[in-house]
Design a protein around this ligand. Structure first.
Ligand code: ADE
Length: 243
């Protein structure tokens, strides 16, 4: 997969080269290019923003600069791209979004700052046949889209084939079955007088699976009842309902 990020703070995206993502890049599973939006300005001040029509606080990012930047970035390499614009006013980014995007050849992220990007930049991209997703990573306001891009790229990249050492890790995540994942334990068997639950040490795989499922149900009911409400009619069996 190829990922491009256009931003006025390229160094903010440096963590994309670390740890799991850095290894994916080194192994050729992921290609990442970060572009400085100011490279497409033509004035000495390299201005990227201006005051909003209609008044109000804050600044809006200029369409000319973004338009030229996206024209160039989308043109090379010649791969079908989805344009992603992080904004608190977007549709929620979820695990389902991450799975859908993991099937794309190319994602281009446009990081807005200030009060956002002039709306015509997105209208123009859509008019040219580009799929544009405006997405939010949660109901809070960040100062810009950069951190949201780090979050989304990490969520997508770990789903790419070969990126995780053990593909079961992604298959058995929180959200993969619509539930939160339950608790985990490792050695030692007793730590600060707290013992690992007996069932996990018993070797009865059916009992372990049942125990894990019950803890996931319990945790989801407690922390995210909205997720239980959203499950389809066949998601829970009789044993689940008894739990
Ligand atoms: N930019 C600012 N806040 C954001 C959020 N919650 N999600 C995505 N992009 C943002």
């Amino acid at each position: 997969m190829r990922i491009d990020v256009v931003t006025i703070f390229p160094s903010y995206l440096q963590p994309l080269r670390e740890a799991l993502l850095g290894r994916a890049i080194d192994r050729g599973l992921l290609e990442v290019a970060v572009h400085d939006l100011r490279d497409w300005t033509h004035d000495v001040h390299q201005a990227v923003d201006d005051s909003p029509y209609g008044g109000g606080p804050g600044m809006v990012m200029r369409p000319q600069v973004w338009g030229e930047a996206l024209d160039d970035v989308l043109a090379t390499p010649d791969l079908p791209a989805r344009l992603v614009v992080p904004t608190p006013a977007g549709r929620p980014f979820t695990q389902a979004t991450a799975h859908a995007w993991a099937a794309e050849e190319r994602l281009v992220f446009a990081c807005g700052r200030y009060e956002g990007i002039d709306e015509r930049v997105l209208l123009d991209a859509r008019a040219r046949g580009i799929t544009v997703d405006e997405v939010s990573i949660g109901d809070y306001v960040l100062v810009g889209g950069e951190v949201a891009v780090l979050v989304m790229v990490e969520a997508v990249a770990r789903l790419l084939p070969g990126v995780l050492g053990n593909p079961r890790s992604a298959a058995e995540d929180s959200f993969s079955d619509g539930l939160l994942e339950g608790p985990s334990y490792t050695r030692p068997e007793v730590w600060r007088e707290l013992a690992v639950p007996d069932v996990l040490r018993g070797g009865n795989h059916a009992a372990i699976a049942r125990w894990r499922r019950d803890r996931a149900l319990e945790r989801t009911r407690d922390r995210r009842p909205d997720l239980l409400d959203a499950l389809g009619p066949d998601a829970l069996d009789a044993a689940d309902r008894a739990a």
